[in-house]
Design a protein around this ligand. Structure first.
Ligand code: NAD
Length: 473
């Protein structure tokens, strides 16, 4: 049992103002593995003041000095990679080998990529008689979810710090432990007091207090679209900048010349990664009607080959869902698909055989779906793939874009130029073309109700800067 009883504020581990705690559950066992403080608005306020006090000196440092701290933090994170990957596996259920690469390996790459971007950034330029200056925006509140807890935190904190901002981080109450490790890392490398602060608690008590706080200049949020809308409303009262990375219901379109095995293999793995608890999961496989039966057979076989098991078994491809609430939600969606008349090709609402403890669910595929079904329209956040069919390419575009979301999409074709032309017609912040890999150097974010602002890449760095201009004589 891990007990975290302090917040990290102004460079010190401090007791919360009130004594409440939040329990963290081990996803594969369904038992309590840790407790963290249930912070309050008073804790949020103390952390914001610490960040405000630290801002003048931190923002005045040369960018190379700020990047120097990120490099030291990367070294320390590398040293603790296995330990932190195991923690995240226990919290989220992601298999350990994947967790090592994705949950910690990606933040490691991000720390170094952000450093390069910051060092190469032009903070000042002459435009005719003006000097245009990019300044750090100020105190940033970072509010993050539980599915990729360290990646989401580092993708915000690293560029914010490199830009010269100071940060108050509020991780998800479901998976907060890697955020404590990150605070320890910043402490161990001597990051100046108050530059990074950590408070724990739920969204209403700590999250909203940060969003409403007049001394917070920017909120960077990753999470559900419902919470993002609320954050936008609350932040508007103090006219602060808000960057939102929200949910998705992302399509993968197989064009009529695509290799069905390649398209389905990519689709199934992109849908089931982290047991489907991935904002950019490609959860709708859109295939040519003429080849429906072929696609169905391949998708059924691919889903049945996915090994569900304990996150610490080397053979496990996917582990359990993160929480009991997630399990209920995903099973509810599978039942709703059956009730609404979709045909179950594989999986179902019953737990996988031999995995009745913990929050396991069967990799599931539905076909014979209609665009109005809940399993087609709503973000399930579980390993549930739905097949949709089209007659013409225009219809494929219309189906792909028939969603309030626009985070991610995929296109498969034998002809990359054709796939790129098709991708231009999609309403999505990023498009995977054939097996094009996720790239931490490229900007990431959504259109429509999947959010605004960008993370990673040059655009993700610029989000933390404010532009001012001096008109020279
Ligand atoms: P969530 O919205 O419930 O919570 C996310 C974070 O926001 C948590 O820290 C929570 O405590 C906090 N929060 C909740 N309500 C708040 C409020 N009113 N004010 C301030 N803070 C508040 O989301 P979740 O269940 O943790 O994560 C799953 C969701 O996140 C999914 O919808 C998923 O698609 C989305 N997500 C999006 C991305 C992306 O980059 N677009 C990445 C991962 C997850």
């Amino acid at each position: 049992m891990i007990v975290r009883s302090s917040h990290f504020v102004a460079g010190a581990w401090v007791a919360p103002e009130c004594g409440g705690t939040i329990e963290v559950t081990d996803a594969s066992q369904g038992v309590v593995m840790a407790s963290v403080p249930a912070g309050t608005a008073a804790d949020a306020d103390r952390a914001v003041r610490a960040a405000r006090d630290a801002f003048p000196a931190w923002s005045a440092l040369d960018v190379s000095e700020r990047v120097g701290y990120l490099k030291l933090a990367a070294q320390e994170l590398g040293r603790r990679q296995n330990e932190i990957a195991a923690l995240v596996s226990r919290e989220t259920g992601m298999p350990y080998a994947t967790s090592n690469v994705v949950q910690v390996g990606v933040p490691l790459m991000t720390l170094s990529a952000v450093g390069e971007i910051a060092l190469g950034h032009r903070f000042e330029e002459r435009v005719c008689n003006s000097l245009v200056i990019r300044k750090p925006i100020g105190v940033v509140a970072s509010i993050t979810p539980w599915n990729y807890p360290l990646h989401q935190l580092v993708a915000k904190v690293a560029p914010a710090l490199a830009a010269g901002c100071t940060v108050v981080a509020k991780p998800s109450e479901v998976a907060p432990l890697s955020a404590f490790a990150l605070a320890e890392i910043f402490e161990s490398v001597g990051l100046p007091a108050g530059v990074f602060n950590l408070v724990c608690g739920d969204g209403l008590s700590v999250g909203e207090a940060l969003v409403a706080h007049p001394e917070v200049d920017m909120v960077t949020f990753t999470g559900s679209t419902a919470a993002g809308k609320r954050i936008g409303e609350v932040a508007a009262r103090t006219v602060k900048r808000v960057a939102l990375e929200l949910g998705g219901k992302s399509p993968l379109v197989a064009l009529d010349d695509a290799d069905p095995v390649a398209a389905v293999t990519a689709g199934v793995s992109a849908c089931y990664l982290n047991s489907g608890q991935t904002c950019m999961a490609l959860t709708r496989l859109i295939v040519p009607a003429a080849r429906k039966a072929e696609y169905e057979a391949i998708a059924k076989a691919a889903a049945e080959q996915v090994v569900v098991g304990d996150p610490f078994e080397a053979t496990s491809v996917i582990g359990p869902l993160a929480t009991a609430a997630q399990l209920e939600r995903v099973r509810g969606y599978i039942r709703s698909g059956i009730e609404e008349g979709a045909r179950l090709l594989s999986g179902g609402a019953e737990p996988p055989e031999g995995l009745e403890e913990g929050y396991y669910v069967r990799p599931t595929v539905f076909t014979d779906t209609t665009p109005d079904m809940r399993i087609v329209r709503e973000e399930i956040f579980g390993p549930v793939l739905v097949i949709q069919t089209y007659e013409t390419e225009d219809e494929a575009v219309a189906l792909a874009n028939d969603t309030v979301y626009g985070l991610h999409a995929g296109v498969y074709s034998a002809d990359v130029d054709r796939a790129v032309a098709f991708a231009h017609r999609l309403e999505a912040g990023q498009v995977q073309i054939n097996d094009g890999a996720f790239n931490i150097h490229a900007p990431f974010g959504g259109v429509k109700q999947s959010g605004n602002g960008r993370e990673l890449g040059e655009a993700g760095f610029e989000d933390f800067l404010e532009t001012v201009s001096f008109q020279l004589p």
